[in-house]
Design a binder for this molecule. Structure first.
Ligand SMILES: Nc1ncnc2c1ncn2[C@@H]1O[C@H](COP(=O)(O)OP(=O)(O)OP(=O)(O)O)[C@@H](O)[C@H]1O
Ligand SMILES: [Mg+2]
Length: 221
């Protein structure tokens, strides 16, 4: 088995906030038994994303890497930081060194400011890891997703593929792939009740591990 079969490091981005990044991150973290890092958490009134992933993925505690920043308010990081009288410093967002797979979940969408002169997408460029773009399946996704892909490509950020999240849509996944040329990793269904077992079933059903390996191999060859 070569390393590509066993170690995966990706950034899970979304076309918007609340698009399913944490659920999809939990799915990958559980499936790959990987580390998880949400470097910037805005809002602590409900469960943090790290807590959600810990519950859903059921990986050992040390696999949930501590956030670099946790802000009180559920706002764009630049403003949430200002309200808490903090400033985000990119030096604190350096990639953690882990022996194993790693899933990083970004804050909000790509063009969300981290400071007054630095965007989430600028930080993604610095991390220099392939991106998995989570988008919704329903109306509005064509515009949001194609714009997000254009922004990533303009900066030469590698996009591994799309995860189309939600109720099955008959045309949107196909149209996204046709216009962008970005592969579809999977259509992740809407699930009423989910927990670790649901994620395990979907991981097998959707054959994610093989898809990741073949996508990574196709980039190398
Ligand atoms: N496929 C799905 N089936 C059922 N519920 C879903 C699905 N995808 C997302 N949700 C629900 O939608 C809400 C938002 O999802 P999630 O928290 O994963 O979004 P997010 O992109 O991580 O948001 P944020 O920008 O705040 O980090 C959650 O309550 C989640 O459980
Ligand atoms: Mg989230």
């Amino acid at each position: 088995m070569n390393s590509i079969d066993s170690i995966f490091k990706f950034i899970i981005c979304g076309t918007d906030t609340d698009i399913g990044k944490t659920l999809i991150s939990s799915f990958f973290v559980r499936g790959l038994n990987s580390y998880y890092w949400k470097p910037i958490q805005s809002g602590i009134e409900t469960k943090t994303d790290s807590q959600t992933v810990e519950t859903l993925a059921q990986v050992s505690r040390e696999k949930i890497i501590k956030e670099a920043y946790v802000f009180t308010k559920p706002l764009s990081p630049h403003w949430a930081a200002e309200i808490d009288q903090k400033t985000i410093n990119s030096n604190n967002l350096r990639l953690p060194e882990v022996k194993g797979s790693l899933i990083i979940e970004t804050a909000g969408g790509l063009m969300v400011p981290i400071t007054r002169n630095f965007l989430q997408i600028d930080q993604i460029k610095q991390w220099n890891l392939p991106v998995i773009l989570v988008c919704k399946s329903s109306l509005g996704t064509l515009n949001h997703t194609l714009l997000s892909i254009e922004a990533l490509e303009r900066r030469n950020i590698e996009i591994l593929g799309l995860v189309v999240n939600g109720e099955k849509h008959l045309d949107n996944p196909k149209t996204l792939v046709e216009f962008s040329g970005i592969p579809l990793i999977t259509e992740f269904p809407y699930i009423k009740k989910f927990g670790p077992n649901t994620l395990d079933i979907l991981w097998k059903e959707l054959d994610i591990k093989n898809k990741l390996v073949s996508l990574l191999n196709s980039k190398i060859n």
